[in-house]
Design a protein around this ligand. Structure first.
Ligand code: BTN
Length: 241
């Protein structure tokens, strides 16, 4: 695979991709089987015991990154998993804005980080996916799930990486040319929070409402108890049904 850089060990593939960005090209990726200091959303640590797939893809976009880019990436990862695993469509779902879920437990997460290019923007698309993790040996991941629990066969890492790349490049091209709109039916179909009552922390306030859907700007629609519908661009969901 001439687009894949594999490191025996690496603190964080996202950090490595950023440091080596000068010579990395669009569509290339860095992968390790041993990520020792992974980073997640909100500055959290991302733990990766054996069997977690950790990779960062390099995707260049013209101009600025459209809102909702991470959601398109998430859909690409789901398509890759569904293409390779004998599971029913929808078993793996998205949780706005950057999580992959199955059976109401976290299967993976996405961390997109941007860097200026001239012209355009480079997105380092970091993906962590619990591929074949023995969660009994990882008590710190008690809320997680592994692909090996929901699929009778589990694809190897290279097979998954190649399929992910295919669907990520496809999502990238759709989003670059047409935005998020063509992806909205699937985004809302795969969204595990659709119609659910949630609590979301937005800056200093907690908002409670029922999820009405994801819009073309990647925002989350919420119907409040007052009947008013609002959209949220950024926030951390703390509880759901
Ligand atoms: C999250 O759920 O908070 C996002 C997790 C993203 C983890 C991946 S693993 C590969 C890449 N390198 C990192 O340091 N983080 C991302």
């Amino acid at each position: 695979m001439d687009w894949l850089w594999e490191l025996p060990e690496c603190p964080s593939t996202n950090t490595w991709a950023k440091k080596n960005s000068a010579w990395l090209e669009h569509g290339q990726a860095v992968f390790t089987q041993q990520q020792t200091a992974g980073r997640g959303q909100w500055g959290r640590a991302w733990l990766a015991p054996a069997g977690v797939l950790t990779v960062s893809f390099v995707l260049d976009v013209p101009g600025v990154v459209r809102p909702g880019f991470t959601l398109g990436v998430g859909l690409g990862v789901i398509y890759a998993v569904e293409a390779l695993c004998p599971i029913q469509p929808g078993v793996v779902g998205l949780k706005w804005p950057n999580d992959l879920y199955a059976n109401n437990r976290k299967l993976g997460g996405i961390l997109c980080e941007t860097m200026p290019l001239n012209p355009g923007t480079r997105v380092i698309v970091g993906i962590g996916l619990n591929r074949a993790v023995d969660l009994t040996q990882a008590p710190q991941l008690s809320q997680a799930i592994s692909l090996s629990e929901i699929s009778q066969t589990v694809p190897g890492p290279y097979e998954l990486l190649a399929k992910m790349r295919f669907y990520l490049l496809q999502a990238h091209s759709v989003m670059t040319n047409q935005g998020l709109t063509p992806l909205l039916p699937d985004l809302n179909r795969y969204h595990i929070l659709q119609g659910q009552q949630i609590l979301i922390q937005r800056e200093q306030e907690i908002v409670k409402g029922r999820v009405t859907g994801i819009n073309a700007s990647g925002q989350l629609g919420l119907r409040l108890a007052s009947g008013e519908t609002i959209t949220i661009a950024q926030g951390q969901i703390t509880e759901w049904d």
